[in-house]
Design a protein around this ligand. Structure first.
Ligand code: PMM
Length: 286
């Protein structure tokens, strides 16, 4: 097990000796970042396998878009989208994470071979989620979240974003542990772009060390997000489209790896896989 820079992964998953790269497989017609490109089981599986070949250590399969303003998908449809993709990727040997806020979807995904539950609500959206994950004994991502996508932008109000995100994450972590999830299986995530504006996201990236100090493996998911568009838009220019934010994403991957993040969650894997390897080499050189 690597303890490089104190970085230890969650119990129940392989241990990588550097920041891991989680590739995103969105089985949705309306994701902000990849616009429905993989909205078909066969294409989604193919894409997941391509991400693995490009250097992803694990793949995150989701069937519900969480972009700001997105309407909810019903459970039957979410299951229909996600489960066959999880099953096929797990059967092909991938370490699969399921991106869902619903316990029923998480349960079926774990049965189909998912090794990790990534809940953007950190267990807040579905009261059955924490007991389910506790019983399944799989690693669990607790992300900072202030409510469903439909109205989350109204909640991007902070006096001190880092302190408030830390406090709210501690509440979710306490609830997860009180509900029976073993602490060494819990991963934390600041939830970049979720009820946050660009300044909030940048402040959180600037203070990843304080998130690390929560004592759990840290997941950073900056990929193609709006705050990167804001950074890249100069002066009067419009924000570049999501697909033109991959180099900026890789820059955050390098920063996150250097700050001791356990993993980065990205759409375009190759550049981030290179970035985390460079960060690892630099760590080895000091
Ligand atoms: N962001 C999205 C979806 N899932 N999961 C975690 N743990 N953290 C995130 O920040 C996160 C996530 C939204 O992005 P997408 O539509 O590009 O997948």
């Amino acid at each position: 097990m690597s303890t490089l820079r104190g970085r230890t992964g969650p119990a129940g998953l392989p241990q990588w000796d550097r920041c891991a790269v989680m590739g995103v497989v969105n089985v949705t017609p309306d994701s902000f970042s990849d616009g429905g490109q993989w909205f078909d089981t066969e294409l989604a599986v193919k894409h997941g396998l391509e991400l693995m070949r490009a250097g992803a250590d694990l793949v995150d399969v989701g069937g519900e878009s969480t972009r700001p303003g997105a309407p909810r998908v019903d459970e039957v449809e979410e299951l229909r989208r996600v489960i066959p993709v999880v099953r096929e990727l797990a059967a092909a040997g991938a370490v699969v994470s399921v991106d869902t806020t619903r316990a029923a979807v998480a349960e079926r995904a774990v049965e189909a071979g998912a090794a990790l539950v990534n809940d953007v609500s950190g267990g807040r959206a579905d009261p059955a989620m924490v007991p389910l994950v506790a019983a399944a004994r799989v690693p669990f991502v607790v992300m900072h979240w202030r409510g469903q996508s439909l109205d989350m932008n109204n909640r991007a109000v902070y006096t001190d974003v880092v302190a408030e995100v830390l406090a709210e994450l501690r509440t979710s972590l306490d609830a997860a542990v009180a509900g029976g999830i073993e602490p060494d299986r819990i991963i934390v995530d600041p939830g970049l772009g979720f009820a946050k504006n660009a300044e909030h996201d940048l402040a959180l990236v600037a203070h990843l060390a304080r998130l690390r100090a929560l004592g759990h493996p840290l997941l950073v998911a900056a990929s193609r997000k709006r705050f990167l568009g804001r950074v890249l838009a100069d002066g009067e220019n419009a924000l570049p489209p999501a697909r033109e934010r991959d180099a900026a994403t890789a820059a955050v991957s390098a920063i996150a790896a250097r700050e001791g993040a356990w993993a980065v969650r990205v759409h375009e894997v190759r550049a981030s896989a290179d970035a985390v390897r460079v960060a690892r080499a630099v760590e080895g050189a000091v």
